[in-house]
Design a protein around this ligand. Sequence first.
Ligand code: FMN
Length: 199
Amino acid sequence: MSTKVLIVYYSVHGNTAAMARHIARGVATCEQAEALLRTVPKVSDGRLAAPGAVPESGPPFVSKQDLLDCDALILGSPTRFGNMAAALKYFLDSTSSEWLAGSLVGKPAGVFTSTASLHGGQESTLLSMMLPLLHHGMLIAGVPYSEPQLNTTRSGGTPYGPSHLAGGDSQRSLDADEQALCQAFGQRLATIAWQLSRS
Ligand SMILES: Cc1cc2nc3c(=O)[nH]c(=O)nc-3n(C[C@H](O)[C@H](O)[C@H](O)COP(=O)(O)O)c2cc1C
């Protein structure tokens, strides 16, 4: 049975989605692991995803069963005023029963974000995204400085998790450093999850 790395993200302009795909590529380099890409609905829809609801395009909405089944969880969000987007928080706020049951305790987890500006709150967003994961008892992993791009990047990339500089118009694609750090992060989470599942 493969190690399941669940990547749950919210994205409006596609940058966080592009990061998720690079992280999934990193997961896939671990041959024992598979990446599951999932999204959350807009909060303006005023609801959690109904069972069986499907987005207009892209990966499916995350379900509670996805949380129970995963071996590792990675959350991605655009930065919104130095914090995660409400859509992702709205989903996390619906996970009380999983918290009460301890469903995520001991599973590895990580976070990633995309911002318009370089100093627009990448680290604060990443740290705030870790808080609910810590309440769930998850084991947080970031990006180690042994990844060479972390020392040389002129754009995104933090030890707290991958990040991306999208620019004021949200049109800037991931550069080579940002891509490499996303992939290294995916590989790292998959490897940790696989190793933990064997212990
Ligand atoms: C309401 C709102 C708040 C935002 N706050 C920030 C911010 O605090 N810092 C920043 O750099 N960018 C901010 N942005 C820009 C987004 O983080 C940026 O467009 C993001 O990279 C888009 O990700 P996506 O392509 O996955 O939707 C904000 C955007 C919106 C709509």
